[in-house]
Design a protein around this ligand. Structure first.
Ligand SMILES: NC(=O)c1ccc[n+]([C@@H]2O[C@H](COP(=O)([O-])OP(=O)(O)OC[C@H]3O[C@@H](n4cnc5c(N)ncnc54)[C@H](OP(=O)(O)O)[C@@H]3O)[C@@H](O)[C@H]2O)c1
Length: 388
């Protein structure tokens, strides 16, 4: 029995993870759950999975858990310390980090220090503090298992191959709902247009990131930290069918790919079962019924966010913190209807141009850079809002 803590249990990945628990009740149990504001959803999960501990972001929402928690004998807690308490509970073997944003950074570092295996769906934490997280994991001998479908695919393709055999990592991207839109039309793209993802059902922030291709940019940075490969050997290919989840090119010219249905239960289960394989919790792939598989290079002029992510990785240091923070601010403003779609990349570009890069040697330096970038991006977003 593997015992889980799920950070972000009420979200898209969190709910898929609980579906994997439902499919494997003799192999997986739930010790800890943490969510943001959806107290009623968390209360229902407490009743069903009876975790030892559950956390919400704010104290104010805890009363909504009281009845469920007392019936299930679940301890309830809140805030950053609550998230850490869930991630480091002594009975937990695996921490699935599936909360959105960067709130879980300290909890992930604490879980690593406590020797927990990390299943990482959240990409912002690695983009923001990849050096700190990977260094801590290496020092403690803790595996970081990627849940993001592309990195999960690469993990499967690499299969322990020595780094000197690998020439390129190839990340696939669905190519956004705006793949065929001309630049002029993008000026008028609405949040509703951008939230219509062609192949995946996901949370709102990552769906907008997919529309701008920033999601792929964040994934390039994530791949760099997870697999220790430089930016110039990480390529992105647009693959609208989302069947090939990613590929690895080897030095003898072979390319190894991982294929599967577009269902996050597959990579989540892999991260839980690794190195074992369990029976599928998802339908399997029927290639005779799929459309022809297409591949193309991304258009960096219409989707500049991907170029900005490569640029941040090449500069290094806290430039990746600035990229990520500015993106979160710009995406929020776009979702709130305050910023036009093309202005998302302008806010990020402007924030990066003004950023004074530092060595992200401590969590405090990372958090300070994050704070600075958010404030700068808010100012830029305000200016662009008035101009358009
Ligand atoms: N969805 C996918 O298919 C997918 C694929 C690959 C990677 N990812 C990555 O996985 C992460 C989650 O994505 P998602 O699509 O599942 O997002 P989502 O549906 O928006 O869910 C986010 C989850 O995080 C929780 N949360 C937010 N702030 C929190 C905080 N301060 N403390 C604890 N929990 C907090 C939310 O709680 P409340 O809802 O209760 O507020 C919710 O449970 C993101 O980093 C995303 O990039 C997602």
């Amino acid at each position: 029995m593997k015992r889980l803590a799920i950070l972000g249990s009420t979200g898209s990945i969190g709910r898929s993870a609980l579906a994997v628990v439902d499919a494997h009740p003799t192999r997986l149990s739930v010790v800890g759950l943490a969510a943001g504001r959806r107290a009623e959803d968390l209360a229902a999960q407490i009743v069903r999975y009876r975790p030892s501990i559950a956390a919400l972001t704010s104290d104010d929402d805890l009363p909504a858990l009281r009845e469920a928690a007392s019936k299930a004998a679940t301890i309830t807690t809140s805030g950053p310390d609550g998230l850490i308490a869930v991630a480091t509970h002594p009975d937990v073997d695996i921490v699935l980090c599936a909360s959105s944003g960067t709130a879980a950074l300290e909890a992930v570092l604490a879980a690593i220090a406590a020797g927990k295996r990390i299943a990482l769906a959240n990409k912002e934490v690695l983009v923001m503090a990849g050096a700190l997280v990977t260094k801590a994991a290496r020092a403690r001998g803790v595996p970081l298992l990627p849940v993001d479908s592309e990195h999960n695919a690469i993990h499967q393709c690499l299969h322990g191959r020595p780094p000197d055999q690998v020439t390129r990592l190839i990340l696939t991207a669905s190519g956004s709902p705006f793949r065929t839109w001309p630049a002029a039309k993008l000026e008028h793209a609405t949040p509703e247009d951008a939230l219509r993802h062609p192949t995946w059902q996901m949370g709102r922030k990552i769906t907008i990131d997919s529309a701008t291709l920033m999601n792929k940019g964040l994934e390039v940075i994530e791949a760099h930290w997870l697999f220790d490969v430089p930016a110039d050997r990480i390529e992105v290919l647009i693959h609208p069918q989302s069947i090939v989840h990613s590929m690895v090119e080897l030095k003898d010219g072979s390319t190894i790919a991982q294929l599967g249905v577009t269902d996050m239960r597959l990579p989540i289960q892999y991260a839980f079962s690794y190195p074992d394989r369990w029976d599928a919790a998802t339908p399997t792939l029927d290639l005779t019924r799929s459309a022809a598989l297409e591949f193309a290079s991304p258009d960096l002029d219409r989707f500049p966010c991907l170029r900005l992510a490569y640029q941040a990785l090449n500069v290094g240091g806290t430039m990746m913190v600035a990229l990520n923070a500015a993106n979160e601010v710009a995406v929020d403003a776009f979702l709130a209807g305050r910023l036009p779609f093309p202005a998302i990349s302008r806010v990020i570009d402007g924030t990066m141009a003004a950023h004074d890069v530092q060595d992200p040697a401590t969590v405090e330096i990372v958090r300070a850079a994050d704070q600075w970038a958010r404030e700068h991006a808010r100012t830029l977003a305000g200016e662009l809002e008035l101009k358009v």
